[in-house]
Ligand binder design. Structure first.
Ligand SMILES: CC(C)(COP(=O)(O)OP(=O)(O)OC[C@H]1O[C@@H](n2cnc3c(N)ncnc32)[C@H](O)[C@@H]1OP(=O)(O)O)[C@@H](O)C(=O)NCCC(=O)NCCS
Length: 188
């Protein structure tokens, strides 16, 4: 399919977004996005091994106009759900795709019994930190030199009590803030 320049992409309310569990057939597109947004992209082998760990992982992709435009994943450990990755194709950013994926990930975390949500984010990544703050994730510490390719520090963020009704209300508000319909398919 030909790639359209950004200015021809439809507005957020007309995207017809689907969020579905990540499958092997999505990985070609996922890797293309990965290479554009991360200085040290995950490999095919790493994604495949993550997808094989069904009992302790949940990965989703966002699709629009028949293509994969973003993805995100969770790793479960006792009561904690750890966001392992979140990315949106640069041409499709600022259309609430990251927010859609985050709502789906947070709901999935609650569905699978997690009480806390956590992640690491680069100290320089203001856009992602802005998105995460909306989800109640607050800075709790610094991991020095966490990103080996650049030596950059990571901020560790946590949201506690995600199984509370107040957090579900927050997710409902964030979902209501997203323009247009989004179809969500949950893992079986
Ligand atoms: C972070 C990322 C996933 C956000 O995806 P996105 O679909 O563009 O984000 P959304 O449109 O859902 O934005 C939701 C909110 O996040 C914040 N935000 C997102 N991108 C932003 C930017 N470039 N500048 C400032 N705020 C931003 C805003 O608060 C925004 O709300 P608004 O549009 O009402 O202002 C995307 O920028 C990305 O893939 N970045 C590269 C990979 C990455 O850094 N991933 C996170 C690793 S921890």
């Amino acid at each position: 399919m030909a790639v359209r320049p950004e200015e021809q992409l439809p507005p957020a309310e007309d995207l017809g977004v689907q969020v579905v569990p990540m499958r092997r057939r999505h990985l070609r597109s996922v890797l293309q996005i990965e290479a554009q947004v991360y200085p040290r992209p995950w490999t095919l082998g790493l994604f495949l091994s993550e997808l094989n760990l069904h009992a302790a992982r949940s990965y989703f992709v966002a699709r629009a106009e028949g293509r994969v435009v973003g993805y995100g994943g969770l790793m479960f450990s006792l009561e904690d759900a750890h966001i392992t990755t979140l990315a949106v194709d640069p041409r499709w950013q600022r259309r609430k795709l990251g927010q859609r994926l985050m709502v789906v990930l947070a709901r999935e975390a609650v569905r699978r019994g997690a009480k806390n949500l956590t992640l690491e984010v680069r100290v320089s990544n203001g856009p992602a930190q802005g998105l995460y703050r909306r989800f109640g994730l607050a800075p709790a510490g610094i991991r020095k030199g966490y990103y080996v390719e650049s030596g950059e520090d990571a901020i560790v963020m946590w949201a506690h009590g995600i199984d509370d009704e107040a957090y579900s209300d927050r997710l409902r508000r964030l979902w209501a803030d997203i323009p247009g319909p989004t179809l969500v398919e949950h893992p079986r």
